[in-house]
Design a protein around this ligand. Sequence first.
Ligand code: F3S
Ligand code: F3S
Length: 108
Amino acid sequence: MTYVIALPCVDLKDRSCIDECPVDCIYEGERMLYIHPDECVDCGACEPVCPVEAIYYEDDVPGEWEEYYRANVEFFDDIGSPGGAAGVGVIEKDHEIVKALPLQEHDV
Ligand code: F3S
Ligand code: F3S
């Protein structure tokens, strides 16, 4: 099981979640961040700190953002398990679901 980052992160990337994760499994793409499904230990520390409530336990992702489970998993298809995001830096890509979105406006 894993936590999932959904649409509200796109084009915002607050990054507060990164500081909370004890296993450094939240990776940065160009337009949003993605949680590595195999590295996440389900501690849930990231979820309450996101100011736009973009993070959900996989069973609790709102229906309208259901496909973000797939986005978080498939983002790592060609990356594998780096074992820590800090050493990887920004990964110059996004999942196709995210790439297809128009620019997201944010008030925060
Ligand atoms: Fe995104 Fe929220 Fe983290 S906006 S970077 S999921 S704190
Ligand atoms: Fe890290 Fe959040 Fe998972 S803090 S271990 S990504 S639940």
